[in-house]
Design a protein around this ligand. Structure first.
Ligand SMILES: C[S@@+](CC[C@H](N)C(=O)[O-])C[C@H]1O[C@@H](n2cnc3c(N)ncnc32)[C@H](O)[C@@H]1O
Length: 245
């Protein structure tokens, strides 16, 4: 992902401000006066929020092991670093709202501009789908819509793997933006990045996402969490299991 230095000792995704729009939140009226090392460069024409609005959490380490998957893997929000596409370049179909983010992602996956809340794939197309720090960029209603769509396009018995942030509700009257620097360890390389979004009104812990996933019809198969990130392995029940329940 093209990254922008915020002068916070970390790099933050280039789409930092546009993500605020996706989250359905008001963008800052003015980015204010930023320190010299946060000024925009020719490579970075996005406006920036005033740094006083940003709460920066401690750096998190994510270890991403390769996972088995048959056929295509649908990765929603697969632009930017395109982490899942880096892991499985020949299998991933990366969809993203932003052509620019897809263009910025490493080559390999099939890249398609598409909204995860309105997928254009037929029902039961994929055996595996992923969301790598993408749900955090959506409004709460859109998170639910995207999970419903992912459930629809997965085959019965198909898996959805979700990595995302654990965020508390906003706790500071000035700081409304949460930034989490991440070191992502892939089997053969390491990626330094960071993701930011508005603080939610209510805490977004793993339980919040578990409930959303259950409402979309998923079973929870596995779960791991650190203080600031989580991984959920979800499964669309197959017809036989669903009848037995
Ligand atoms: C910062 S990236 C997340 C990390 C990315 N998966 C990676 O590997 O670097 C979040 C992406 O989600 C995309 N996005 C946000 N809302 C979306 C939606 N409704 N449908 C598809 N993509 C969306 C954004 O365009 C952005 O590229």
């Amino acid at each position: 992902m093209r990254t922008a230095r915020l002068g916070l000792g970390t790099t933050v995704p280039f789409l930092f401000l546009t993500l605020l729009l996706w989250a359905g939140q008001p963008t800052p009226a003015s980015p204010g006066t930023l320190p010299a090392d946060t000024q925009q460069t020719a490579r970075d024409d996005h406006p920036r929020p005033d740094p006083s609005r940003i709460h920066r959490f401690d750096r998190q380490e994510i270890r991403l092991e390769d996972f088995t998957a048959d056929g295509y893997v649908l990765d929603i929000g697969g632009g930017g670093e395109g982490v899942i596409g880096q892991l499985k370049p020949r299998q991933v179909v990366a969809i993203d709202l932003s052509a620019r983010e897809l263009l910025g992602a490493p080559a390999g996956p099939l890249k398609i501009v598409m909204d995860a809340t309105d997928l254009k794939f037929l029902d039961a197309t994929f055996q595996t789908a992923t969301s790598f720090f993408t749900l955090m960029y959506m409004s709460e209603p859109d998170q639910g819509r995207a999970l419903n769509e992912l459930h629809r396009v997965l085959v019965p018995g198909g898996r959805l793997l979700v990595w995302d942030l654990v965020l508390p509700a906003r706790f500071d009257p000035v700081k409304d933006i949460a930034v989490v620097p991440l070191t992502i360890h892939l089997p053969d390389r390491q990626i330094e990045t960071g993701y930011g979004t508005f603080f939610p009104k209510e805490p977004h812990g793993v339980g919040y996402f578990r409930d959303l996933a259950a409402r979309a019809g998923f079973e929870i198969v596995g779960e791991r969490a650190t203080d600031r990130t989580f991984f959920l392995e979800l499964r669309k029940p197959d017809a036989r299991t669903a009848v037995l329940k």
